[in-house]
Design a protein around this ligand. Structure first.
Ligand code: GLU
Length: 450
């Protein structure tokens, strides 16, 4: 039987802005689908109604769009409660979900007492011994139950696509609470019910979920379903080593975008650091997808360095083809088409620097003409080739000017640059001169603003 088409999902809670660590997870999912085909689902983990907001949900969709990985499909857990209710009924019917009545304070006291006796601080399953009469009495006191899944207490084993063989001993864990006393769901159950219902084939997420996976595999199997494949990637940290936090707004994609970082550079760095692959600029997401290999992801956390990102943004721009940036250049007000882009891209550290160079081309600018260069520059103006100009006008001009002026090297080129651009350095004059055009170039060489 052939394998089903891959279905992967990125499942953020809309409780904050995505950070680069979230981007890593999203990209690993989306690029897997880009490479192998299938469906990429954006699934909002929005069961926490108090903290989830439509604004954060919209920001997440916008960030994925910016990264170039819009989802094929969007799902909301808050709209799927009936599916979770059905799973709960099934688990109750097979005796795997039981009501417990302890308050948070009582549970804390139990944990303390177990610690004192050198026992692991896990739930003692006292609720399993409650009789019907005990439960009625507790409910008459006004208590509402929360519901725990009765773990098998076994070694749950899977072959992780990143970490190899994984083994979670569920005997060492508390029976997880799946439903709170107010009837709302914790993350654990909705997530796996969705994975079953949506025929998710690969769950790719951070390694902070490894223990959850042991639990979720048990529950998935209790529901009679087959667990998906799992890949738990290492996490990204701040340069200090501190973990990234959505709540604290660390390294949000929004802030990186507003700071002028290129989406393709963010994607390349988020995907390639913490792997055995070289961090390098990529031409497009297909190239990045082609590099993706879960087996090359390291085990240790990886530090995300904003300075490395800034350098990668520049390196990315230096190779970006015109088609990839044309609409953004137009929005910035940069003219000159592909010729202008190719002239300046190698000098950019961020895209909006292109506007600065376009203003140099367009003018008006006040040329910088040193007194001792004025005669030389007049000669240069006189020798400007007649129109029409092509891409080779600059070497033709210099070939004539050099012997006539008896100058070479910096003494030849630097005054030309200062007069034509009023900048000390910048893109090659060979590329700029045809863009500036004869009339403006001549005026600037003769010291006229324009
Ligand atoms: N909302 C969870 C998280 O962002 C989803 C984990 C999962 O992919 O199942 O960590």
């Amino acid at each position: 039987m052939s394998n089903p088409a891959p279905v992967l999902r990125f499942a953020p809670s809309p409780t904050g802005l995505l950070h680069v660590g979230n981007a890593r997870t999203a990209l690993y999912n989306a690029l897997f689908v880009r490479r192998h085909g299938g469906t990429f689902i954006l699934r909002y983990d929005d069961t926490d109604l108090a903290r989830s907001t439509p604004e954060f949900a919209a920001a997440i969709a916008e960030d994925l769009e910016w990264l170039g990985i819009p989802p094929d499909r969007i799902e909301h857990q808050s709209k799927r409660t009936d599916r979770y209710d059905a799973a709960v009924e099934k688990l109750k019917a097979i005796g795997r979900l039981y009501p417990a009545y302890e308050t948070e304070e009582e549970l804390e006291a139990k944990r303390l007492s177990r610690r004192r006796r050198n026992l692991p601080p896990i739930y003692d399953r006292a609720a399993l011994t409650l009789t019907e009469a005990d439960r009625s009495r507790l409910e008459a006191e006004g208590r509402r139950p929360h519901w725990r899944f009765k773990l098998d207490g076994r070694h749950v084993v899977w072959d992780d696509l990143v970490r190899g063989r994984c083994d979670v001993d569920t005997a060492a864990l508390s029976d997880p609470v799946l439903v709170r006393e107010d009837g709302t769901y914790l993350y654990t159950l909705p997530s796996l019910v969705d994975d079953i219902d949506m025929s998710v084939t690969h769950v790719v997420r951070g390694e902070d979920h490894v223990t959850n996976t042991g639990v979720q595999i048990e529950i998935t199997e209790a529901l009679g379903a087959t667990p998906p494949a799992y890949a738990h990637h290492n996490l990204l940290t701040l340069p200090s080593g501190e973990g990234l936090s959505k709540r604290l707004g660390h390294l949000s994609l929004r802030a990186l975008r507003q700071g002028g970082e290129e989406a393709l550079a963010v994607a390349a760095l988020a995907v390639l650091i913490g792997t055995s692959l070289a961090v390098e600029p990529v031409a497009d997401l297909d190239t990045l997808a082609g590099k993706l290999d879960f087996g090359k992801i390291s085990r240790a956390p990886a530090r995300f360095d904003p300075e490395e990102l800034t350098a990668l943004t520049a390196a990315t721009l230096h190779h970006l083809p015109y088609e990839a940036v044309a609409p953004r250049l137009a929005a910035l007000g940069v003219g000159g088409g592909e010729t202008s882009w190719l002239a300046v891209r190698g000098n950019l550290t961020r895209l909006d620097d292109a506007l600065r160079w376009w203003r140099v081309v367009e003018g008006p600018l006040a040329p910088v003409v040193a007194l001792e260069d004025a005669e030389f520059l007049k000669l240069a103006a006189d020798l400007l080739p007649a129109e029409p100009w092509d891409a080779e006008v600059y070497p033709r001009w210099i070939a004539a000017l050099k012997p006539a002026a008896g100058r070479s090297g910096r003494a030849l080129f630097h005054p030309l640059r200062l007069a034509l651009t009023s900048e000390e350095s910048g893109p090659e004059l060979k590329a700029l001169l045809p863009l500036i055009g004869r009339a403006k170039a001549e005026g600037r060489l003769r010291g006229k603003a324009g």
